[in-house]
Design a protein around this ligand. Structure first.
Ligand code: B12
Length: 394
């Protein structure tokens, strides 16, 4: 790039000197300028083993010092110790934690991985793998980031000592609720990033997002908050889930599961969670969106031959839409008829309704639904359609 700059400056000054005002020459200079501003192609991002054996293992630093040296706040360190067993600082006199140089190197390495978009769970697993390799004395202990199916998370606020004090789920729920009620996007994203640095994706969804939205819904129903707050909270949640779905490893083979909302249904966050969990389990899944008309479900089923169709229904008003899809699926030839399955907020409060519907009720939450769908996809299909292997590309 520097070469272009020199050429550009040289010709630029030459052009000035001879007062060359030719239009086409100007374009050539402009293109050189554009080339100059192109980003340099970079090497694939590499993850390097921290060579922990090079660091002393003697217990030296108290928590305050370890926080200072690593830039990772104390609650995050304790959570990494408790949940992932990745740190085991000695206890001085059975009370204070003492971290070694090696611990600090490890913490810094984990911090770097999270900052580049890997979840804490994956970073810990990767460290273990690299550690094992190192100890088996296999030479190649480095690998490109692109081969890791990295979960993209927002660079974490949990790594900012001043940003997060208490990372218990209870506290995170309160902080997230507060951020939503204050329409504070930055604060909400900090809480979310903090939670994702510590908790697994499933726990993050079920134990943080779901109860917080429930709380918002209760406040909305009691007229304590405006609908704008509800929209704001669901927009942020939706975008986080979409991000996690987009960056989860995508399997394009095997039994296909179509997920979506019944005709007339706009509550999609629960079924987005199911989509995410299925994708994270390596299941071929495609989300079709909110308020999908029955006829469009049927056309798509005929085209893609899914094994399972999973629909969400949260309100009584969309129950008729759900029934319509169910009836139309029932009428399909057996060869292409997928298992029709359903669930949603409505059935959590009216379980008897679920018994009256034909199709498979998948249970009260996204984890249970994921387990049951997984079971269905593992069963052999009675009469697989001939064209299954010729499923069109999409
Ligand atoms: C966000 C929200 C909206 C957003 C949805 C945005 C979006 N993109 O999804 C919008 C603004 C569109 C909306 C609209 C309405 N909403 Co609303 N909404 C909510 C709110 C606050 C959160 C819902 C949510 O996403 N929760 C988080 C998810 C994760 O929880 P969940 O949906 O319960 O899902 C879990 C389980 O139910 C289950 N599950 C969910 N789907 C599925 C599917 C399957 C297959 C299975 C097995 C399981 C399953 O697993 C999930 C996770 O474990 C709830 C409050 C609440 N109590 O939930 C009200 C709520 C659901 N809404 C309600 C109402 C009344 C409405 C409206 C009628 C308001 C209106 N007058 O316009 C409309 C109806 C729109 C429609 N036709 O669908 C009521 C429903 C009452 C009822 N029982 O009928 C609630 C309960 C609010 C309240 N307290 O009164 N809403």
């Amino acid at each position: 790039m520097a070469v272009y700059k020199v050429i550009y400056q040289f010709f630029g000054s030459l052009a000035l000197r001879v007062e060359l005002k030719n239009y086409y020459t100007g374009i050539v200079y402009f293109m050189i300028f554009l080339l100059n501003s192109l980003p340099a192609t970079s090497e694939p991002d590499r993850i390097t083993y921290p060579h922990l054996d090079n660091f002393a293992d003697d217990p030296l630093y108290n928590t305050k010092a370890a926080v200072h040296l690593s830039g990772v706040p104390a609650p995050t360190l304790r959570a990494w110790e408790r949940r992932y067993g990745v740190l085991s600082p000695e206890r001085a006199g059975n009370t204070y934690r003492l971290y070694s140089e090696r611990d600090v190197a490890k913490i810094r390495w984990l911090r770097e991985q999270i900052e580049r978009g890997i979840s804490i769970r994956q970073a810990v697993a990767l460290l273990e793998r690299l550690d094992n390799r190192e100890h088996q004395q296999i030479e190649e202990a480095e690998q490109p980031l692109s081969t890791e199916k990295a979960e993209q998370v927002v660079p974490s606020a949990a790594l900012n000592p001043s940003a997060v004090a208490d990372l218990s789920l209870n506290n995170l729920r309160q902080d997230l609720l507060k951020a939503f009620l204050n329409l504070n996007e930055e604060a909400a994203e900090k809480v979310i990033a903090g939670a994702l640095a510590i908790y697994g994706v499933e726990e993050f969804c079920i134990s943080l997002l779901e109860p917080t939205l429930f709380e918002i819904g209760e406040k909305w129903a009691k007229d304590e908050v405006l609908v704008t707050i509800e929209h704001f909270a669901s927009a942020i949640t939706r975008s986080q889930l979409s991000n996690l779905i987009r960056t989860a490893p995508r399997n394009q083979e095997g039994s296909l599961v179509l997920t979506g909302c019944a005709p007339g249904e706009y509550h999609e966050i629960g079924v987005l969670m199911i989509t995410l969990f299925l994708r994270r389990q390596g299941i071929h899944v495609m989300y079709l969106g909110q308020n999908v008309p029955a006829i469009d479900f049927i056309t798509t089923i005929k085209r893609l031959h899914p094994t399972v169709v999973c629909l969400s229904c949260s309100t009584m008003d969309s129950l008729s839409g759900l029934l319509e899809v169910s009836a139309q699926i029932e009428a399909l030839p057996e060869q292409i008829r997928p298992t029709f399955s359903f669930g949603g907020y409505l059935f959590n409060f009216h379980p008897d309704l679920a018994k009256k519907l034909s199709g498979q009720y998948l249970g009260m939450d996204a984890l249970e639904a994921t387990r049951r769908i997984r079971e269905i996809t593992r069963r052999p299909r009675p009469n697989p359609p001939n064209s299954l292997s010729e499923r069109p590309a999409y």
